[in-house]
Design a protein around this ligand. Structure first.
Ligand code: NAD
Length: 283
């Protein structure tokens, strides 16, 4: 794995960095602007935001102020649940573009499948239209199970390029990963560091990291990459943003990979996508 700028080839030909910064719960204004700035300075070239995070304007501002050419940075944002439906999805994407201050989004995801199938399918149709219009470069989903993805494919014939799901050593999603591989869908892990519950992780991880002169967090991030999973760890602290990116100069042994694999207990911190609605939460 070459390094921070190593890219995954998506099934539509777009190339996406395998590593980036997540900004969930990062405040609009100085907090998100500083986090993105620290990340870009540390070599990150992907930022993962969402309409729901209400910090797209700060993400866009920090990217512009970096003076790094727009095409060198990969921006992911997401369609919120209350914006499912064709017209609503088109308008929501246009609002995200305006807040970001950009004329295209690299990857646009349906944030959650939601419970209304017709509205979900109409949102996917809208996203395919936005791709045709080059307002987005790649179309994906988040928190989708195989049955949700199968439904999109059978209705519209287009396979999402990415599925972003909760994935960490306690919830390693082996079945979904097998399915995604078959369909050439890249999996991005959200909550790659236990969704903020790193302190619940076993000491084994620190011991594994220590063998390579790394922290437990770095060992976990490396486990993801060696499994072919793309990652978007979040931090607002400069030293952690740098630490999380410092994972390209070592390789976990097969034995250590197996020890981390063995921690799985199918424990998700987030809600079950088949139940999670929140469509009533307007943003
Ligand atoms: P995460 O697993 O990245 O954990 C983040 C937390 O871990 C930080 O707040 C910090 O407390 C801690 N941390 C970070 N680096 C550390 C280090 N080196 N050492 C010790 N502690 C450290 O959790 P996340 O923010 O939930 O997930 C990452 C990103 O995924 C989000 O910011 C967001 O962009 C995305 N996300 C997407 C969804 C979705 O539904 N699609 C849901 C949640 C998050």
């Amino acid at each position: 794995m070459a390094g921070l700028k190593d890219k995954a080839a998506l099934n539509d030909g777009v190339k996406m960095p395998r590593f980036g910064l997540g900004v969930y719960l990062v405040k609009e204004g100085a907090e998100v602007e500083n986090s993105v700035r620290y990340a870009l300075e540390a070599g990150y070239r992907l930022v993962d935001t969402a309409a729901f995070y209400k910090n797209e304007a700060g993400v866009g501002k920090a990217i512009r102020e970096s003076r790094i050419p727009r095409e060198e940075i990969f921006v992911t944002t997401k369609l919120w649940n209350s914006d499912h439906g064709y017209e609503k999805a088109i308008r929501a994407c246009e609002k995200s573009l305006k807040l970001l201050g950009m004329d295209y989004i690299d990857l646009y995801l349906i944030h959650w499948p939601g419970l209304n199938r017709d509205d979900r399918l109409a949102a996917w149709e809208a996203i395919l239209k936005l791709k045709e219009q080059q307002k987005i470069r790649s179309a994906g989903v988040s928190n989708f199970k195989p049955h949700h993805i199968e439904d999109l494919i059978s209705e519209h014939g287009v396979t999402p390029s990415v599925d972003q799901v909760e994935l960490h050593p306690f919830n390693s999603q082996t079945e979904l990963r097998r399915y995604a591989k078959e369909k050439s869908i890249i999996i991005t892990a959200w909550g790659p560091l236990f969704h903020g519950h790193l302190s619940e992780a076993p000491a084994t991880l620190n011991a594994i990291g220590g063998k390579y002169g790394k922290t437990g967090a770095q060992a976990v991030l490396r486990w993801h990459l060696q499994n072919g999973i793309s990652i978007i760890p979040k931090s607002v602290k400069k030293h952690r943003i740098i630490e999380n990116a410092d994972i390209f100069d070592f390789e976990l042994s097969d034995e250590d990979m197996k020890v981390i694999d063995g921690l799985n207990k199918d424990k998700a911190y987030g809600p079950d996508p088949d139940i999670m609605d929140f469509g009533f939460v307007n943003i």
